[in-house]
Write a protein that binds this ligand. Structure first.
Ligand SMILES: [Ca+2]
Ligand SMILES: [Ca+2]
Length: 350
């Protein structure tokens, strides 16, 4: 009897591992795809999880994310925000200095979003995880000084496990909560069991509310150029959810685009409205990092997002020999930047 119980338990554990490996595409490999003129960006070695670009061509890059279950090559180094001027030929990065009075030692930047007010002031909103909590930091960007002046920290009981944000007005933004449990093991179980307790919030000083529920792991978030639709990446569901924005900022689902990859951050080409998705082709390899068999990278370009049949092309794919764990891709004037959760970043001329 005892032996039978042991065998049954072993069988159940094995079945769980097999299910887990399948769910996280453990055997998936990618065929390489690379635009002709690409080079790694010098100075980025510890991630470039999210990137946003101002209409003037200045790119902000968040670097140094420490997140449960994700690899990190410099665990004791605080996070940084880099800037790159995409108008320059062969642009290089520059670290933005952060004003005194902000706790730089615990800075752990994740998703970012820029906002320009009516007076043309530029703000950078940053999801921060000091001590693995979630806060929202608002910085004013001083272009001449190449610095960020910290204005405010936003904390709220609903702003937990925040992954990315999209700012729609002064102190008004959508935010994704990528998992429910604080414990990493329970988070894995949450994804595997498909509890769908991840959601999207709308935050404003007057009102904070859940505006979309039922995600397996809501990750990147962005908006259509006409500001009528919001796009939400559900990483472990391998899909992008398109939702309509109502006057009260509530959302209703329009459609879901299913993909064969773990979708991280999303950006929109302001000229065409096309969506670029930074993706993880093999979730298993990123969750169980092995430097000898590292996770790869994959960028999808999605045209006609709102149509019945969006056109989906792979514009970059690599098995990890060049770029590991791509989390974002963004274009400006035929220039493409690809960022990663914990690795390097790539600059391509299209
Ligand atoms: Ca973002
Ligand atoms: Ca993300």
């Amino acid at each position: 009897m005892g032996k039978l119980v042991v065998l049954a338990l072993l069988g159940a554990a094995l079945a769980l591992i097999v299910a887990f490996r399948q769910r996280f595409s453990a055997s998936r490999e990618v065929e390489p795809v690379e635009p002709r003129n690409c080079q790694l960006i010098e100075g980025i070695e510890n991630g470039s999880e999210d990137i946003d670009i101002l209409p003037s061509g200045l790119a902000f890059i968040s670097s140094g994310l420490k997140y449960p279950g994700m690899p990190n090559f410099a665990p004791n180094k605080p996070g940084q925000i880099f800037m790159m001027d995409l108008n320059k030929p062969n642009p290089s990065i520059q670290e933005l200095s952060i004003s005194n009075g902000f706790d730089k030692a615990s800075f752990n930047p994740h998703g970012i979003s820029t906002f320009i007010d009516e007076d043309h002031n530029v703000y950078l909103y940053v999801v921060n995880h000091p001590r693995m909590e979630s806060t929202l930091e608002i910085f004013k960007f001083e272009e001449q000084q190449r610095s960020l002046v910290h204005l405010k920290t936003i904390e709220h009981e609903l702003l937990k496990s925040v992954n990315d944000i999209f700012v729609v007005g002064p102190e008004q933004f959508y935010a994704t909560r990528d998992h429910y449990f604080a414990n990493h093991f329970l988070t894995l179980l949450e994804m595997l069991m498909d509890f769908r307790w991840s959601h999207v919030l709308f935050y404003s000083p007057k009102e904070v509310k859940v505006v979309a529920k039922g995600f397996n792991s809501a990750n990147g978030i962005t908006i259509s150029p006409d500001k009528k639709y919001i796009y939400i990446a559900d990483a472990t569901d391998k899909s992008i959810c398109v939702m309509k924005i109502h006057d009260n900022w509530n959302l209703t689902q329009l459609k879901v685009i299913h993909l064969d990859t773990f979708v991280d951050n999303l950006t929109v080409d302001p000229d065409t409205g096309d969506v670029l998705a930074g993706c993880h082709p093999n979730g298993w390899k990123i969750l169980f990092y092995n430097p000898k068999d590292p996770p790869g990278s994959e960028v999808l370009h999605i045209q006609d997002v709102l149509s019945e049949k969006p056109k989906i092309n792979t514009i970059y794919a690599n098995n990890g020999s060049v770029l590991q764990g791509s989390s974002v891709a963004i274009v400006y004037n035929r220039k493409l930047l690809i960022g990663t959760v914990f690795h390097k970043a790539l600059y391509c001329e299209l």
